[in-house]
Design a protein around this ligand. Structure first.
Ligand SMILES: [Zn+2]
Length: 552
């Protein structure tokens, strides 16, 4: 999803404070906001406990009917799974305000216990390790709109017709359908069947299969997802949509917008193809070939719904019509088309296995924006663009949060995550190796749910470096590393060292003269180098590495 276009009022105060402190010799930070302890609901939602870990999802078939007038959903999800342990209970999730009508194993009704938004399902006999089972989870009710994009929203379009959309990454899929609402396990494939009044269109994820007139004023729309999918990515887009299309080789590009937006959309969505080509060049083929690529107009900013990217940026460049990074590059392209589609590679194909590591979604995707800029507009613009993100970083909390609690990390996961990857490019300092690493990382982890440790291990092996302290300092600590420089003009030397929370932090960095940078390898201990340059003329390549520099 996109970062917040405008920080909340509290954040604005912190940014101002940081602004005044930035000029001081010793940077200090305002105290980090206190995190409240996790609630039972946070743990039920976030923990990959025994009754989730004992099974592996194989497929879902979500088959529902939606009455837009009464905002009522009813239907079932058929959940197929393989047991990984012998057990008699599994956990699925459904918000407490929705009714469980019945849960069946074949024709046998199953007992269940609800706790907040979790549903613990009990089986009369032990489910055996290695065996596959399928249950039908029937439910109904009127979902509650909540969260940034509403989770599920029943709206009207400008012509007064029904317009219903889901966007539930934070709130979770269980806000509108029964599912294993966590990040570690994805079904291998999924079918989505949605019955709606005849005059409406549903665009969901995957490949359109068929629509069937049910004879009672309703039509069922069937979509087939051929790949693993995060549950929060499963989406409904119901409205008076019109369609136009394009192709990228044998990949269909399908666009769905309201009739009044058609001409604007035809002009704006031409940006989709060169964006896809740029990412295919760097990372490899679009990940969801069999499902196609879609852009769908919605009444919120946008979301990376897998193979059904939703768009609400007003058919304007920038983000909400603004120069998003403030350096004159963002007005060259439509932020939402690029950001949300880049998630097809990172977020959807490569996914974090816990919300704690959501920078794998958002830091990478923000970095992919800079890759797009480099591919389309050149390296100079890309450098400007990525460094423009520095003004958005707060450095108050680590990017990676506590595991097992469903709590979104701070917005630093976007900007600091991207600047961290940019910094690693500075460390590698060899573009050929860097682009190979980008491609190899994607190819290694596509269609998988991973944690940061997996990525650290892969980077270390591929680069034959120990980058663990660098990852840890940037992602598991709040503060930036500080490069301390102490000049002795009479001796013609400068002493240098890192001040960082990670004692082993020893990142190489380029310094001295920008026409012929020298690479130094500072550690936590002082080292001395000769330099004809003084405090005012000795430079650090701070546009290639995201660090704080203190000179004395
Ligand atoms: Zn995003």
């Amino acid at each position: 999803m996109p970062a917040m276009a405008r920080p909340p009022a509290l954040a604005a105060v912190f940014l101002l404070t940081l602004g005044t402190l930035a000029s001081a010799q010793t940077p200090t930070r305002p105290a980090a906001p206190q995190l409240r302890p996790p609630t039972r609901a946070d743990i039920l939602r976030g923990e990959y406990g025994r009754h989730r870990a004992n099974n592996d999802l194989l497929s879902y078939h979500l088959d529902i009917r939606i009455d837009p007038d009464t905002k009522f959903i009813s239907g079932k999800n058929t959940v197929r799974f393989r047991m990984l342990q012998d057990d008699t209970r599994i956990q699925l999730d459904l918000y407490a305000n929705l009714d469980v009508d019945r849960i069946l194993l074949g024709t046998t009704p199953l007992k269940y216990e609800r706790e907040i938004n979790a549903v613990f399902i009990d089986f009369p006999e032990t489910l055996k390790k290695g065996r596959e089972y399928a249950i039908d989870f029937h439910y109904s009710g009127s979902p509650r709109e909540t969260g940034r994009f509403g989770g599920i929203r029943f709206r009207k379009d400008p012509a007064g017709r029904h317009w219903i959309n889901t966007a539930c990454e934070g709130e979770g899929s269980s806000i509108w359908w029964p599912s294993k609402d966590q990040w570690r396990d994805e079904p291998e494939h999924m079918k989505i069947s949605v019955a709606i009044p005849n005059d409406l269109v549903d665009v969901s994820n995957g490949r359109f299969i068929a629509k069937t007139d049910l004879g009672d004023g309703y039509t069922r729309w069937d979509w087939q997802v051929h790949y693993p999918i995060n549950s929060y990515n499963v989406s409904l887009n119901i409205g008076n949509y019109v369609h136009f299309g394009d192709r990228l080789g044998d990949l269909p590009l399908d666009f769905y917008v309201l009739p009044g937006s058609l001409e604007q959309a035809k002009a704006q969505f031409v940006q989709a193809r060169p964006m896809l080509e740029a990412y295919e060049k760097v990372f490899g083929k679009y990940p969801f070939q069999k499902d196609g690529y879609k852009l769908i107009e919605v009444p919120y900013t946008g979301m990376e719904h897998q193979s059904a990217v939703t768009y609400g940026n007003g058919f304007r460049n920038g983000y909400g019509g603004r120069d998003w990074t403030g350096v004159g590059v963002s007005p060259k392209f439509d932020f939402i088309i690029i950001h949300e589609s880049a998630h097809e590679w990172f977020g959807n194909a490569v996914s974090a296995a816990d919300v704690s590591d959501m920078w794998i979604q958002e830091g990478w995707t923000t970095y992919l924006e800079a890759i797009y800029v480099e591919e389309l507009f050149g390296a100079e613009d890309a450098l400007k663009y990525i460094n423009g993100y520095k003004t958005k970083v707060r450095n108050q909390q680590p990017v990676i949060t506590q595991r097992g609690i469903h709590r979104s990390p701070s917005q630093d996961m976007y900007f600091k995550g991207a600047l961290f990857l940019h910094t690693l490019r500075g460390v590698v300092n060899d573009d050929e190796r860097w682009w190979k690493l980008m491609r190899d990382t994607y190819q290694k982890f596509k269609y998988r749910n991973i944690l940061t440790e997996d990525m650290v291990q892969f980077f270390n092996a591929e680069l034959r470096l120990d980058l663990t302290p660098v990852f840890d300092q940037y992602l598991r600590r709040a503060d930036l590393p500080v490069l301390e420089l102490a000049f002795d003009d009479r001796a013609g030397t400068v002493a240098y060292r890192w001040r960082a929370d990670e004692r082993a932090f020893a990142m190489p960095i380029r310094v001295a003269d920008r026409t012929a940078w020298q690479t130094i390898r500072p550690t936590a201990d002082w080292q001395i180098m000769k330099t004809p340059l003084g405090k005012d003329t000795f430079e650090v390549a701070t546009d290639l590495y995201y660090v704080t520099v203190v000179k004395q």
